[in-house]
Design a protein around this ligand. Structure first.
Ligand SMILES: *Cc1c(COP(=O)(O)O)cnc(C)c1O
Length: 372
């Protein structure tokens, strides 16, 4: 008799649901026997990586036998210049996701609370549960708009972190600068605000803030950013946080020394300097977002206006079946069940060609009666 069955995981793990990512293209091809599949499910950049990043990666490969820079010094320098911050105000991580885990490890004790918007990015809750803390969801208001007062009201003396996602994934709605100001002024001094600005580059409203001005002004705000979205580098995992150095000091204590690989550091520096790629990527989304609104109106489906590169679309009681039918026609979107939105799908804005295909398939499944 062996003892493998007696090995016990921490009890906190019993409360954690596995993250369910957007279905990859290869999996849909394999499962459904399709060849021509498009993915509009993970808010990736449809234009691909920055060409400058690809060139920088190629030029750096001969150095792969070396460990990466443990502090991502060059990338932090480039970010500091770009963002008008000190290098000590920046931490580079293995994607924004790692930053959420590190923040959780650095600040949460069992029984602590974090306040999260609902629906929002599920990794905030994951980080809390991992540490035995409690995630308190605050429902967004009508049309999924933020209400800073209800967030402030959810805070207790056990609250360590308030997460804000702006633009919010999966709704595309945002917290205005004046609302953030009022919320920060209302919060007790022991609360760290994590402002997840993963989609900031796609925001167009004048009263949007990516939070950096509040970091510069000395508020207890940590801004999360990623190279996975507009910079098109999701596959090599790099993100960063910006906050006061005293906040980052605690996070650095729990960081693995070589958390960001050398290729990712090199690529991120190049992508950060590729203004043309960022501009083209942004313009594509803004233009196609408008066109999708127009065409969705024509099809007669309801959606939430988005400050991001995705649109939350309400498809009603048959949403799951419609999502599956779209997949069978080779178009992968994301069903909303994971966010408690079983009547919705989230659709990433693709290239004009991809969006044409999406619209044709959507029209087909919405107009045709669902197969049960
Ligand atoms: C994509 C995303 C991130 C970061 O993703 P990484 O790929 O881990 O950098 C963070 N927050 C939100 C809301 C996101 O959608």
């Amino acid at each position: 008799m062996t003892n493998v069955k007696r090995i016990q995981a921490r009890s906190a793990l019993g409360h954690i649901q596995p993250y369910s990512p957007g279905k990859p293209i290869w999996e849909v091809q394999k499962e459904l026997g399709l060849t021509d599949v498009i993915k509009l499910a993970s808010n990736e950049n449809p234009l691909g990586p920055s060409p400058r990043a690809i060139a920088a990666i190629a030029a750096s490969l001969h150095n792969l036998h070396r460990y990466p820079d443990a502090q991502s010094t060059e990338l932090r320098q480039a970010l500091a210049v770009k963002l008008d911050l000190a290098q000590e105000q920046i931490i580079v991580t293995n994607g924004g996701d790692e930053l959420i885990t590190l923040v959780s490890e650095a600040f949460l004790e069992p029984g602590d609370e974090v306040v999260v918007p609902d629906p929002s990015f599920t990794e905030y809750q994951f980080g809390a549960l991992l540490m035995g803390a409690v995630a308190k969801g605050v429902p967004l208001g009508s049309d999924f708009q933020y209400n800073w007062r209800s967030i402030a009201e959810a805070v207790t003396e056990r609250t360590k972190i308030v997460y804000l996602c702006s633009p919010n994934n999966p709704t595309g709605t945002y917290l205005s600068k004046s609302d953030l100001q009022q919320l920060l002024d209302a919060l007790p001094a022991h609360v760290l605000v994590v402002l997840d600005a993963a989609y900031s580059h796609y925001a167009t409203e004048a009263d949007y803030t990516n939070g950096l001005e509040f970091v510069r002004a000395g508020y207890p705000v940590l801004v999360l950013q990623t190279f996975s979205k507009i910079y098109g580098l999701a596959g090599i995992r790099v993100g960063y946080g910006a906050a006061d150095s005293s906040i980052l000091q605690s996070i650095l204590q729990v960081k693995e020394p070589f958390n960001v690989n050398a290729v990712a550091q090199t690529a991120a520096i190049a992508a950060l300097g590729d203004d043309e790629h960022v501009r083209n990527s942004r313009e594509l989304v803004l233009q196609e977002r408008q066109r999708l609104y127009y065409e969705l109106d024509n099809i007669g489906v309801v959606y939430v206006e988005s400050m991001s590169n995705f649109i939350l679309v309400e498809l009603g009681d048959d949403a799951r079946s419609l999502y599956e039918q779209m997949m069978r026609q080779g178009v992968i979107v994301r069903h909303g069940a994971g966010w408690g939105l079983p009547r919705h799908v989230r659709i990433t804005v693709g290239t004009a060609e991809e969006n044409d295909r999406l619209l044709a398939v959507l029209k087909d499944v919405v107009v045709a009666p669902p197969i049960r």
